[in-house]
Design a protein around this ligand. Structure first.
Ligand code: 1YM
Length: 641
């Protein structure tokens, strides 16, 4: 007894040191302590329920946002084991919640989510919470365990009552620590989107999300997809126009690795391909995605030739040709995934490439043979894409033949900066001739280039690259950036590290900005992802009060400024109707000079959401267009200098 007590103390100290390390450097365990990290806590707990579902024991998961912004996760799995853990001498429940374990692996086996920032486990959530309660239903008993202030046990596992003999499951409630997180307010939309995604990725699993902060939301929303990733594909294509009705869904397993793919073509020109390993989005792809893409290109070519849909003399279709208009989800469940790359966003296991290729090529070839009508539609589409690609190549070559300077001289548009150092160079894309004129006078010629936008920017959401390249405005932008486009794109050739969109603060200005963002996102994605794109923030008012001149961005700032002035102060307020009304001094002082200006940096938070935003805004469907692009979570715009 004496000895056991001592042993307990020793491991107890170790435990606290472990959790203390998490509190000292939370970023190392959950990435960030901003709103993203806050939400990460939820998925750490839900992942344990999902693991239990993948093991075949859990069928229902419920997530509740409580009134105080604590979170409750409930599942109907076996319940965390309640016996004494051999190594720690305390209950397994308490061990799981207090001992730091890389990868969160305890029980072993199964498709545990490990690698990257994920799978750090329940103890990390405990370390970063003000309080945690774990309740386990098992063996006809209700067991409960409580922790406070960063994982200090205040109640070891205790039987607090009885339940029906066959009831099993785990319920966890945690309240994130306000001293650790920048914010502790949960965002319903964020939780909803991921909950829905988990339901798509785990067919047959019922997930419910309820917001108890909202008195109306008493039953919550339930996601259950028997069709799994097929239903995901149908969902992603909901605002697009599919060119065949049936979704192609293929599945296979080898040595405990489960591989699954679902796809459907639409009449658009972009692809939406997303891959997952153990429910984690592998945004940089990997062997599972490569295997499928390789097989897709090969089978379309071989079937196309065999069926005479492709002519002998035609060039082979490329990966880009067969991807056009493709919406595809690839999902792999792997007992031992190896994640690679800087952000661990790539699956490295080489055996998965073979499995993916085999499952896909066999299944897809059979599908094409059994559905010759769909086969023709798909192959015809890829053949058209191929012709367009060849035409675009010719158009690009024509653009390239002129040296950049020639191109500018003939177009005569760009007022370039004199510096050749991209890291200090900026390009302003300016709406309208008069604003461009003022901008040219206001700029710092060494570092600031001005490109006036006169004509309409083509909506590239509805145009293929060859047509986009015949648009003069787009050609000028491409030449000015210096990066090339498509397969020749090279970010290291970017001539300006700040690309600043300067449009009026009105509906037309918004529209031009959205068209430009669509162009950048579809044709120059790394420029957006790299954070090179900014929106200028021209002021709306100029206030003259005695000898002071003050510019403000909006009505609130105007009112706030007025409030600082004595009553009856004689002020002149000029409202700018657009950039065109500003003279060079106004523009320099407010929008262009590095000292005073306010820029909004536009970055992509979530490629999947961004893709949907552009489909919704710029696609065929008019209804969703009403949403304003930057307010739609996909884009994190932040104030920058
Ligand atoms: C709301 C959170 O944690 N559910 C959960 C966790 C576990 C089990 C079941 C479980 C796993 C195993 C065996 C096993 C965990 N157990 C452990 C450990 N929901 C939630 N449901 N029996 C039950 O993996 O073999 C860690 S998580 F380590 F104790 F087995």
């Amino acid at each position: 007894m004496e000895n056991e007590q001592q042993h307990y103390d020793a491991s107890d100290i170790q435990v606290l040191e472990g959790l203390e390390a998490v509190r000292k450097r939370p970023g190392m365990y959950i990435g960030t302590t901003d709103v993203k990290g806050l939400h990460h806590l939820v998925w750490e707990i839900v992942d344990n329920s999902i693991d239990e579902a993948l093991a075949g024991y859990c069928h229902n998961i419920e997530i509740v946002i409580n009134k105080d912004n604590s979170i409750t996760v409930k599942d109907d799995g076996r319940g965390i084991p309640v016996g004494i853990h051999a190594k720690t001498g305390i209950s397994t429940v308490e061990t799981v919640y207090t001992v730091l374990h890389a990868g969160g692996k305890f029980g072993g086996g199964g498709y545990k989510v490990a690698g990257g920032l994920h799978g750090v486990g329940a103890s990390v959530v405990n370390a970063l919470s003000k309080r945690v309660t774990v309740t386990v239903y098992k063996d006809g008993k209700i067991h409960e365990c409580k922790f406070e202030n960063g994982g200090k046990t205040v109640q070891s596992l205790t039987v607090i009552g009885n339940c029906e003999a066959n009831r099993t499951g785990t319920v966890v409630t945690f309240k994130p620590d306000e001293t650790i997180f920048d914010t502790t307010v949960y965002d319903y939309e964020t939780l909803m989107v991921r909950t829905r995604e988990l339901a798509f990725l785990n067919k047959g699993l019922r997930l419910t999300l309820r917001d108890d902060r909202d008195d109306e939301d008493t039953t919550g929303v339930t996601f259950l997809y028997e069709g799994g990733i097929s239903e995901y594909v149908r969902y992603l294509n909901r605002n697009k126009t599919p060119i065949h009705e049936d979704i192609i869904h293929l599945e296979g397993e080898e040595d405990g690795v489960v591989f699954e793919v679902a796809l459907q073509y639409n009449d658009g020109y972009n692809d939406s391909i997303y891959s997952f390993v153990n429910n984690i989005n592998t945004h940089d792809g990997g062997t599972h995605e490569d295997g499928v893409k390789r097989a897709l290109t090969r089978i379309i070519n071989s079937y196309g030739r065999k069926s005479k849909l492709l002519k002998e003399k035609d060039e082979s279709l490329t990966g880009d040709d067969v991807k056009e208009g493709l919406t595809m989800i690839v999902s792999c469940k792997h007992p031992n995934p190896q994640f690679e790359g800087q952000t661990k966003g790539r699956l490295g296991n080489s055996e998965v490439r073979k499995l993916a290729d085999k499952v896909f090529s066999e299944g897809f070839e059979r599908f094409l043979m059994e559905n010759p009508n769909i086969a023709k539609i798909i192959i015809d589409k890829a053949a058209v894409a191929s012709h367009a690609r060849l035409a675009a190549k010719k158009a690009r070559e024509a653009t390239r033949r002129k040296s950049p300077l020639d191109a500018f001289n003939t177009i005569g548009k760009l007022s370039d900066c004199t510096s050749k150092d991209a890291s200090i160079s900026e390009i302003f894309l300016v709406e309208g001739d008069s604003a461009s004129g003022s901008a040219k006078d206001a700029r710092m010629p060494k570092t600031q280039a001005i490109l006036p936008l006169r004509g309409k920017i083509l909506n590239v959401e509805k145009a293929r690259m060859d047509r986009a390249l015949s648009n003069e405005e787009i050609r000028t932008i491409i030449t000015a950036f210096g990066t090339g486009i498509g397969q020749e794109f090279d970010i290291s050739k970017l001539r300006y590290h700040k690309i600043i969109i300067m449009t009026d603060a009105d509906v037309d200005g918004d529209h031009i900005r959205i068209l430009l963002l669509t162009l950048f996102y579809r044709f120059f994605k790394p420029i957006v992802e790299g954070g090179y794109v900014y929106a200028a923030q021209p002021p709306l008012y100029k206030i003259i009060y005695g000898k002071t001149i003050k510019y403000v961005l909006n009505d609130e700032e105007l009112e706030a400024y007025r409030a600082t002035l004595p009553p009856n102060a004689k002020v002149t307020v000029n409202r700018f109707k657009g950039l065109g009304e500003m003279d060079a001094i106004d523009l320099r002082e407010t929008t262009m000079h590095i000292e005073n200006r306010v820029l909004k940096r536009i970055t992509v938070d979530d490629a999947m959401a961004a893709d949907q935003v552009f489909t919704d805004l710029m696609g065929d469907n008019v209804l969703p267009r009403k949403t304003y692009i930057e307010e739609n979570g996909a884009f994190a715009s932040r104030i920058d200098a």
